[in-house]
Design a protein around this ligand. Structure first.
Ligand code: 5GP
Length: 215
């Protein structure tokens, strides 16, 4: 994970202060890294966007999730920590995840961040995970990366190795996630053109950082 440009240790807030700030009415900024949640259907490109941003900027760290699903042929070596269900449950039961979910029969979880995870920490997780993150960090920036339409999404899913049946299941799931993301106030980023989507996400992060209290 990329480390912070500052030498100050970054600590994950153990419990966020939800007290409204008197003059803004917004929750107090708990400090620590800006958490950016990237959700969206598989195949929409959120992982690619996250990797490009993290590679381009040392102050942006990428959280590596744990999963109990089997490795796919297109998974990068560091896409996940791949474990069996028992190892996942053991880590979960000792409080090792800040959020976790079961998706299409497999566990996914975000490890509790370390002290040197960057000024910005990207979580590539589903909307149910985003909901849990917002509960502990209401200042998290939640972005829903989507494909331009479902035909394109199906094509991308099949191309990357999902069978047509699993692709269809994922498209139904994507419809449900879109509704939940809208309910949570996610900002939508349409990924029709990768360069443009990366620039859009970078601009949203910069704008949110500009309003965040210095650490
Ligand atoms: P995939 O199997 O395509 O890699 O991921 C399936 C879904 O799980 C995607 O929506 C992905 O964003 C989500 N996901 C990946 N890691 C995590 C995680 O740590 N927590 C949660 N809640 N969802 C995750």
């Amino acid at each position: 994970m990329a480390s912070a440009s500052s030498s100050e240790p970054i600590c994950w807030p153990a419990s966020a202060d939800l007290t409204p700030v008197a003059d803004t009415g917004r929750p107090a900024d708990p400090g620590g890294p800006l958490v950016v949640v990237l959700s969206g259907p598989g195949g929409a490109g959120k992982g690619t966007i996250a990797r490009i941003l993290a590679a381009a900027d040392d102050s942006i760290g990428l959280s590596v999730s744990w999963t109990s699903r089997d490795r796919r042929s297109d998974d990068a070596d560091d896409a996940y920590v791949f474990v069996d269900r028992a190892a996942f449950e053991a880590r979960r039961d000792e409080g090792g995840f800040i959020e976790w979910n079961e998706f299409l029969g497999c566990y996914y979880g975000t490890p509790v961040p370390g002290a040197d995870d960057g000024q910005v920490l990207l979580f590539e997780i589903d909307v149910a995970g985003g909901r849990q993150v917002l509960q502990s960090d209401p200042g998290a920036l939640c972005l829903f990366v989507d494909a331009p339409d479902d035909d394109e999404l199906r094509r991308r899913l099949v191309d990357r190795g999902d069978g047509t049946e699993r692709a269809d299941t994922r498209i139904v799931e994507a419809m449900r996630e879109r509704a939940e993301a809208a309910d949570l106030g996610y900002t939508i980023v349409l990924n029709a053109d990768l360069d443009r989507a990366v620039r859009e996400v970078a601009a949203l992060i910069a704008a949110r950082l500009a309003t965040k209290s210095p650490r």
